[in-house]
Design a protein around this ligand. Structure first.
Ligand SMILES: Cc1ncc(COP(=O)(O)O)c(C=O)c1O
Length: 419
């Protein structure tokens, strides 16, 4: 066929180098199209562990941080970086300083890497009483073995945090919305305390997501996420991410590379895709959560209901200041913690009595998920420890999904009626 009559856009192999050689060589070195001149609208998944260089010198320069580029996916990967950049843009909105981000294989990979970056033997951490169990686990079971001291305080009390800080304190840890109490951290007050003491403030923003609250704009130095939750949003991927001060994030990246908790490209693709629908999903999650909390608040079978959107919540006013409003009004997150009357067992019976709410760990996905706190996420706590953390033994954490609000209200009301 003459050059002039060649069909366009049909992959064609010329006789030559790539088709010569033995069958193994031909199979390994199959030709590839040139990178497209039209950038893809969807995010390409760079499913590769390694990247090829133009020369040995370039390899040395990129690996030695003298030239930008990719070498190895444990170090950096373009799909994972696309997800991290997206989170930096969402979390950094409204900040007057540059914001960097790093992707991780899980929320716990992010949290442990941040703590191992900031802490060393002889240093000290201030964390909330009701910190997420995994964070508590890293502090108590890992950092404690390496000579790091811990002080736990009421995370909503900035004065208690100030009193707990010593000249050895390496980090103050906070959670925007605590699990499962839904206590809201006074981020501007905590940031002022930390600034005064010269200690970085790290905020786990998993329960809020950057749609509900952006801690960096309130003065935090770093935010961390279990991206497994709202950022991914469909209960089909595990991941983590941090965003914040550029120098701090660069330090954490060095330790991530050493520890290896890096995000896989396929998971990064799913997480990046989740970001595009995050505001739509969060608005709906939050509006439904408010409707459910409002509807259940007066139910005679309930001893207590914790949701920052209810006027009776101790930090309702603070949440009104810190949390963002959408078209449907103020968004207060989508975790509602319900304590039925009748002690520890009634919490388990409430879970088992649901038709739509699924008994499952995790949160932040399209399905409504429930867990009886005392027997699951806080199973290491006896009644006294639960009381100290402000968690009733019957409490059930409900992660409100994207089902229709009236169906969820009917499901929960019917289960409460049957208790
Ligand atoms: C508030 C919070 N932070 C961190 C994590 C840990 O994230 P991952 O399970 O993705 O490691 C979780 C998980 O439940 C969480 O709820």
């Amino acid at each position: 066929m003459s050059e002039r009559n060649r069909p366009l856009n049909v992959p064609i192999v010329e006789p030559g180098d790539k088709t010569n050689g033995g069958e193994g060589t031909r199979a390994v070195h199959t030709p590839r199209p040139a990178p497209p001149r039209q950038p893809p609208v969807g995010l390409p998944t760079y499913r590769t562990s390694t990247f090829e260089f133009e020369s040995a010198q370039q390899y040395a320069d990129v690996l030695g941080d003298r030239e930008g580029g990719y070498t190895y996916s444990r170090i950096d990967n373009p799909t994972a970086d696309a997800f991290a950049l997206g989170v930096a843009a969402l979390e950094g909105h409204g900040c007057d300083r540059p914001i960097a981000a790093q992707p991780f294989a899980s929320g716990m990979a992010a949290i442990s890497t941040v703590l191992l970056t900031l802490c060393s033997a002889g240093r000290h951490v201030v964390a909330p009483n009701a910190a997420y169990g995994g964070t508590y686990g890293v502090l108590e079971h890992v950092l404690a073995r390496f000579g790091v001291d811990r002080t736990y305080v009421d995370g909503t009390d900035a004065d208690a945090v100030r009193d707990a800080i010593t000249d050895r304190t390496a980090v103050v840890w906070a959670e925007t919305i605590a699990n499962p109490t839904t206590a809201v951290a006074d981020l501007p007050a905590l940031a002022a305390v930390c600034r005064e003491a010269g200690v970085p403030l790290v905020v786990d923003n998993t329960f809020a997501s950057p749609v509900v609250c952006r801690p960096l704009a309130w003065g935090a130095d770093l935010v961390v996420h279990s991206a497994t939750k709202y950022l991914g949003g469909h209960s089909d991927v595990t991941g983590g991410v941090i965003a914040g001060d550029v120098d701090l994030v660069a330090q954490v990246r060095r330790v991530r590379i050493d520890l290896g908790g890096s995000l896989a490209p396929d998971d990064a693709f799913l997480l990046h895709r989740g970001l595009a629908t995050l505001p739509v999903r969060m608005s709906r999650h939050c509006a439904t959560a408010l409707a459910v909390a409002d509807a259940l608040a007066g139910h005679p079978g309930i001893e207590r209901i914790d949701y920052p959107g209810l006027p009776a919540h101790p930090q309702h006013e603070l949440a009104g200041k810190l949390f963002e409003a959408g078209a449907e009004g103020r968004r207060y997150g989508a975790i509602v913690t319900v304590t039925p009357r009748g002690g520890r067992d009634s919490g388990m019976r409430l879970c088992d009595g649901l038709r739509l709410g699924r008994v499952a760990t995790s949160l932040g996905g399209v399905h409504t998920l429930v867990s009886h706190v005392a027997s699951t996420t806080h199973r290491q706590f006896d009644d006294a420890a639960l009381a100290a953390a402000g968690i009733p033994p019957a409490a059930v954490r409900i992660s409100i999904g994207l089902e229709d609000p009236e169906d969820l209200v009917a499901d929960l009301t019917a289960a409460l009626d049957r208790l």
